[in-house]
Write a protein that binds this ligand. Structure first.
Ligand code: PLP
Length: 362
């Protein structure tokens, strides 16, 4: 039995008629940019995350840059960000004029910790980008309360996850989302959103996403052309009522992996204190992940290491940051392996994956 690494398409099959109808509606209204679909999605997304404001933007990368700028981050400032994450989390910082300062993560959770952030803070630190990596939930409140720094939550991989205190995107000063097709909630192209319960921050974000013009004609600053479009908003609105069910399926699939005995052959991801991750990616750790991935591929099972080279060692950042010692990052980078996870994966598929891993690593 082949088991794909991820499967965003199967859950959408049931929604096909509703998706077609939603697309037809947009064609009928002929509103493409910042129309009724985006306005409605923004209201629904704020309600879903528990915030008072959601603002649609073009993608999850610009969402981080715009969120940082809305917080007043600019030239001369430092922004702390984990090195073990998708490149975009760090890439979004230099366009603000600020400097990224890379911090470590706990390889057990794949998230930064209060201690790892504290070790990276400088007198110039203006904000922290906390990544809810693989769907796990970073300790955002702890960081804001202990260090007195605003946190931008990078929620690109954690739509549908839960923390004891609420939903990611509503834990820190401001949250950023990606609706890239393979994320937990995916558009049919690029898309993103920013959430906050601070009205002034939300206003700043709305201005920045539209060329720095609050009234659309008076440009008070240099902003961005970064908008979610009507078609994508309509497509996301059809899917949103399903998101929690899909997230529950991902959580259940995680427990199936454990129940099938995967923990005897690999180190399983550990939810952070009080969190219930909707695993965007299910990432285990083994001593030789690439060899294991090759063995799994022979059986038609998808597996992949996403971040073998952490951001601070990528060519563009290595000259300035490459010598940084981040032991948790180094370990996670060397040993992590994403194995199949989706809102459609079956218990039989999970058992097949565990059997294949057992056969490969013993
Ligand atoms: C996907 C992703 C992003 C970027 O989102 P895009 O919509 O592709 O720009 C940022 N951070 C993380 C952790 C991601 O996984």
């Amino acid at each position: 039995m082949a088991v794909p690494l991820f499967d965003p398409s199967t859950p959408l099959e049931l929604l096909r008629p509703a998706l077609r109808a939603a697309i037809d509606d947009v064609l009928a209204t002929r509103r493409w940019i910042l129309g009724p679909q985006v306005a409605a999605f923004e209201e629904e997304w704020a309600a879903y995350t528990g915030t008072t404001h959601a603002v649609g933007v073009a993608n999850g990368t610009e969402a981080i840059t715009i969120a940082l700028r809305a917080l007043g981050v600019g030239p001369g400032d430092d922004v702390v960000v984990p090195s073990f994450t998708y490149f975009a989390s760090g890439e979004a910082i230099p366009p603000t004029g600020a400097r990224p300062v890379f911090c470590d993560i706990d390889p057990a959770t794949s998230c930064l910790t209060l201690e790892s952030v504290r070790a990276a803070v400088t007198p110039r630190t203006k904000a922290v980008v906390a990544v809810h990596l693989f769907g796990n939930v970073a300790p955002v409140r702890e960081i804001e309360e202990d260090l007195g720094l605003p946190v931008v939550e990078d929620v690109a991989q954690a739509a549908g996850s839960l923390a004891a205190e609420g939903r990611p995107g509503n834990l820190g000063a401001i949250g950023t989302f990606s609706f890239y097709p393979s994320k937990n909630l995916g558009a049919f192209g690029d898309g993103g959103a920013i959430t906050t319960s601070d009205a002034a921050l939300a206003e700043r974000v709305r201005t920045l996403r539209f060329h720095g013009a609050a009234d659309r004609v008076t440009h008070t600053e240099v902003g961005y052309n970064s908008r979610l479009d009507e078609l994508q908003a309509a497509i996301l609105r059809v899917q949103l009522p399903k998101l929690d069910g899909w997230a529950d399926h991902r959580r259940a699939a995680g427990t199936w992996y454990a129940a099938a005995g995967l923990g005897r052959h690999a180190t399983l991801p550990e939810p952070t204190h009080g969190s219930r991750p909707a695993w965007g990616l299910y990432v285990v750790r083994v001593p030789e992940p690439d060899a294991l991935a090759a063995r799994l591929a022979e059986r038609g099972i998808g597996a992949r290491g996403y971040y073998r080279v952490p951001i601070h060692r990528q060519p563009v950042f290595a000259a300035e940051h490459g010598d940084l010692r981040l032991p948790g990052t180094a370990e996670a980078a060397r040993t992590h392996l994403a194995i199949p996870m989706s809102a459609a994966i079956t218990r039989d598929q999970i058992e097949e994956v565990v059997e294949a891993i057992r056969d490969a690593v013993g």
